[in-house]
Design a protein around this ligand. Sequence first.
Ligand code: NAD
Ligand code: TYD
Length: 341
Amino acid sequence: MSKKKVLVTGGAGFIGGNFVQYMVNKYPDYDVFNLDQLTYAGDLTKHSGIEKMANYHFVKADISDRDVIFSIFEKENFEYVIHFAAESHVDRSITDPGIFVQTNVLGTQILLDASRAVGVTKFVHVSTDEVYGELDFDPTTFFTEETPLKPNSPYSASKASSDLLVRAYHETYGLPVNITRCSNNYGPYHFPEKLIPLTISRVLNDQKVPVYGDGKNIRDWLHVIDHCAAIDLVMHEGVNGEVYNVGGHNERTNLEVVKTIIKTLGKSEELIEFVKDRLGHDKRYAIDPTKLENLGWKPTYNFETGIAQTIQWYLDNKEWWEQIISGDYQNYFEKQYSINK
Ligand code: NAD
Ligand code: TYD
């Protein structure tokens, strides 16, 4: 019997990259195809441990290139499509929204068309809690799957738009889809432009850590491996057409996150530098994961165990993030934070 083919888009990025490794190791009977354009956020060195495995395959392609995507789908006839590829950084979406519409909206629509054409068994669209907008600081309020979509940033608006297309392809054409909406992830291979890896890498280099506004905004942090397990469950057990929120009740203010990292690394809080707030900065995100828990998911990390594991990983894998922050990233950082100051 031929192996089931699983297409993972964005598998050279942070979460997609962790998911590719998780799948290749867990399911030797699946052929896992990592399709990625290798933008600034994509990097294949993270896959040196699996690149020679017989069930791992890499295809360089842009999801917004219709002809290329159709020819790949027609050749490989994927059974599952797990769609991570996206422009994912809110700050970049504020300075340059256009590419977010092209990749996140148009790219998703092309993948949906191609999935329809070959009749996939499941299309899992990996989305974000940011499509719901923001919550206030009342700790008893949470995003559920019924919360109306009310995105505030160009990033979250592009993700909400793609969510609506995914829903429509289910309602109109009967495409077997699921949408997952996860809270903020952290863990190995997180690109150092996002808060947690940015803080770890800068604190290790005794550099200032920019905290937006008063640092009181709240995010709900989930270890990337728990997100991977959630997607594994949804791809195999999710009810077609359903949305599943993913989160583990790990709410922290940004300042708490930064201070935890500084303390763990034995450095001084004088490294904290309050900078101009992000435009349209969402106050608080917090997930109610009851629906996914009822499907059988349970996170394995809480914030304390997850952040300790993650800090240790960055200590053990300096060469990975040093290679990233020494390149183009440096130009981005200087531009971004001189604008913001
Ligand atoms: P990332 O930026 O680390 O990786 C994105 C990957 O997509 C990169 O490898 C990049 O090269 C690739 N890519 C970008 N444009 C492409 C294109 N046109 N064609 C093919 N590949 C392309 O992102 P991430 O943090 O791993 O997020 C993955 C997904 O999960 C995104 O859809 C994001 O919206 C969602 N998500 C992220 C978080 C989070 O905390 N990071 C939380 C919830 C949901
Ligand atoms: P980020 O990691 O960019 O994720 P998201 O915007 O998707 O939640 O940011 C997490 C929080 O940290 C957010 O409230 C913005 C804040 N932040 C800072 O205070 N300083 C920074 O340098 C960055 C990148 C983020």
